[in-house]
Structure formats: C-alpha cells, structure tokens
Design a binder for this molecule. Structure first.
Ligand code: FAD
Length: 385
C-alpha cells in the first residue's frame, strides 16, 4: 500500500488522517507532529466560528460540510477511545457593510449563498436597531444575517479528530520533518529531526504557518506567511440582548465567548510575534466597541491570546493541490483565518486526491496551485477571517 506521510497534526492533518482511516488506509499513514501539546499551533488558538457567509462558492460549500460534521460530531467522528464534544452552538453571523460597493458585493454574495442553501437575510439599519437595540449601527447601511452559523471549541474539535484517527489505527509520530529527499521528480524519503527517515509515496504538507519551509524543500515558493491575530476576552457590566458574531466590513469583530465577549485585531504585517499587546485593546478596540454600543463603555478585560493566520497574500484563500513539479507533494495551507471550519471538508478532499484520483464531492480545483503560478487571485470581497 502507498506510504502517506502527513507533516502537521493540527486540525488539517488530523481531518485528513481521519478520512484516510475511514477509507481503510490507516496502516499506510504516518502523521508527523512535533508538539502533542499544540502550544503554538493555530487550531487551539482559533475562536471557533463556523461561518457560512463567504464570497467564494467553494468556501461556502466547505463550511456547509463543516457545519454538518461539527453540529453532529458524535455521529460523524467515531473510533476514538475517548469522545470529545466540540460543543457546537448556533449563534448566527452578522456581516455589516456601508456604501454602494459594499452593499452590491453583499447582495451578490447573499444570492450565491442562498443558491447553495444557506439561510441569509439582508437587514437595513432600522431593522438592525430594532433587533439589536443595544447597538447604534451608525456606520452601517445594511447587513447580512445568517442565523445558522455556529461556534465550536477548537481544541475539543482537534482532539476529537485526532483521537478518532488514532483509534482507527493512524500513527502519530512526535517528530518534525526537516528534509525531503527527491529523485526522478518525486519525494522518496522524509528526514526527521530525530535523525530517522521514512519512505514516502505521498507527502502532505499541512504545517500551516510553517508550510512554506516544507514547500522550500521541494523548490515550491508560496505566498504564505504568518499574520498575527490577537483576541481579547472581556465582560460587559450591563447585560444586553443575545447577539450573533458581528463583523463590520472595516474589520471590527465581536462575538459571545463564555460569559462575555471577544474582540479581535489582525496585524497586517507578517511574521511571528507571540507578545500580547494590551495597548491594542485599550487604544484601538475598546474605543471602537464603545462607539458601537453604550453597553461596551463599562467593560472589564479578562484575558487575551495571540495566534497566527497562515495568510495567503495572493487572495486570502487556501492552496489545496499537488505541486506540478513534484506531483506526489500535496499542499493544503494558506487558510488565512478560516481553516477550522474547513478542516472536515479539506480532510475529505485530500483523501479523495490520494485515494480516488481527484475531487469527488466538492470540486476545489479553483483553489489550486495554478492561480499562484499565473498570479490570478480568486476574487473575494466577502468577510475576511
Ligand atoms: C486567533 C485565531 C482565531 C481563529 N479563528 C478561527 C475561526 O473562528 N474559525 C476558523 O475556521 N478558523 C479560525 N482560525 C484559523 C484556524 O485556526 C486555522 O486555519 C486552522 O487551525 C489551521 O489548521 P492547521 O492544521 O493547518 O494548522 P495548525 O493547527 O497550526 O497545525 C499545524 C501543525 O504543524 C506542525 N508542524 C510545524 N512544522 C512542522 C514540521 N516541520 N513537521 C511536522 N509538523 C510540523 C505544528 O506543530 C502544528 O501543530 C483562527 C486562527 C487564529 C490564529
């Protein structure tokens, strides 16, 4: 049987391993994951939003599959000795825009989302104020509300997939991929930090922000780099009506988290930076929150954390493909802040690439490598991250 080595055991690696195991290929698969605590991995640092609103059709389709899986996790993810519950909650998502261009893009995206079966309502500012009276909506002309959007516990989702994959016979090696040996235009051996090596028939690179280092091992240069996202968890003194995840086209995003809320900020500059800057909350985010709602004037910052998006600078969408020059090298990275929701669909898609000869369920060919080579970004004017 083909020997499949997966570099990275986060949500992507674990969803791919799980789908390969379901198809009976567990004995062929080794997942390399150097850190079983996932201290710096993106997955446990995610907020857990399962968003159905996207501007790219394939992203909506992948989210719909993510919704199916996460909302009935015990039914879909089986085989682990310990069961994890990612605690899926339907909270809704409200994407707010202003200006003629923003409205036109929102309307076109809503049409596409509805065609795919997503329930989305367009609400004007008056209706928004009626539904969410604690908010002012001063710089909003209209918004799209998708009530079914969900939220999960990302760590439980990851562990659920990993434990189920292991339960079905997948091996996770606590080791790091440090080199690849090629001959005849194919990857033949994977060299590991421990000094050992593994024979390879297919190499899958799902190392997220570290994926470019692995791409470089086969001469593939990708426009992916780490982009820091900070999240701040706060309590509001005043109780308000239940709210969906709210995002403004200019970037401010606030949503319910535990018994309070979280708000996030993305640093447009690339590079790893693990320091949490409380200053960003104090001087930028809090004033913006207070402008949105009087209830966010008196708040108490509880905690915060930072993580990194594997940002695809070309168009903010993943690259899921074989490398044309080394066809047994598969890359699935560049998720740019929406990988948790797409993990299950990517797991199934990569399994189809390896075992079924190509995509069988969702056609992800537009997310392929060619658009990078040809410098043809996918048009995406929807919500980011
Ligand atoms: C603050 C924040 C909030 C987010 N919120 C959301 C959200 O609400 N919804 C959503 O869908 N997405 C969200 N995301 C994005 C989501 O977390 C990621 O897209 C997703 O977790 C990527 O999964 P992954 O498995 O590719 O990466 P990771 O979880 O980072 O896993 C990659 C793994 O590769 C391993 N690795 C690195 N180098 C090597 C090597 N050389 N050899 C072997 N293994 C290696 C690492 O140890 C790591 O465990 C958020 C991200 C951040 C940072």
């Amino acid at each position: 049987m083909e020997r499949i080595v997966i570099a990275g055991g986060g949500i992507m690696g674990s969803c791919i391993a799980y789908h390969l195991a379901l198809a009976g290929a567990a004995s062929a698969v080794t997942v390399l994951e150097p850190d079983p605590t996932y201290e710096f991995a993106a997955t446990p640092r995610a907020v857990g939003g399962i968003r159905l609103q996207h501007a790219v059709r394939e992203n909506v389709e992948m989210s719909l599959y993510g919704d199916q899986v996460y909302s009935a996790f015990a039914e879909h993810v089986r085989g682990g000795k310990v069961e994890f519950d990612p605690q899926f909650r339907r909270r809704g998502y409200l994407y707010q825009v202003r200006g003629a261009a923003g409205i036109a893009a929102l309307e076109a995206n809503v049409r596409m989302q509805r065609e795919l079966g997503v329930e989305v309502h367009i609400l004007d500012a008056a209706e928004l104020r009626r539904r969410y009276p604690s908010f002012r909506f001063t710089d909003v002309d209209c918004a799209a509300l998708s009530p079914a959007d969900g939220q999960v516990d990302p760590y439980a989702a990851l562990m659920g997939f990993r434990k189920a994959a292991e339960g079905l016979g997948i091996t996770y090696l606590k080791d790091r991929l440090v080199g690849l040996e090629l001959s005849g235009g194919l990857v033949r051996q994977a060299r590991l930090a421990s000094g050992s090596s593994l024979p390879v028939d297919t190499l899958v690179n799902v190392a997220n922000c570290w994926a470019p280092e692995i791409c470089a091992m086969v001469g593939m240069s990708v426009p992916i780099e780490p982009v820091r996202r900070q999240q701040f968890y706060f309590l509001a003194q005043q109780e308000i009506e239940p709210i969906p995840a709210m995002r403004h086209m200019d970037g401010l995003a606030v949503r319910i988290h535990q018994d309070g809320y979280i708000v996030g900020a993305t640093n447009p500059q690339g590079g790893f930076n693990w320091e949490l800057e409380h200053e960003v909350f104090e001087s930028t985010l809090w004033p913006q929150l207070a402008e949105q709602s009087a209830a966010f004037e008196a708040i108490k910052l509880k905690s915060g954390w930072g993580g990194h998006y594997d940002m695809n600078r070309l168009d903010g969408n993943p690259i899921i493909d074989r490398f044309d020059k080394v066809p047994n090298f598969i890359l699935a990275a560049g998720f740019s802040g929406h990988g948790l929701m797409h993990g299950p669909a990517v797991g199934r898609a990569v399994k189809e690439m390896i075992l079924d000869g190509g995509f069988r369920t969702i056609d992800l060919s537009r997310l392929g490598w060619r658009r990078v080579v040809e410098n043809q970004p996918l048009a995406d004017d929807g919500p980011t991250a």
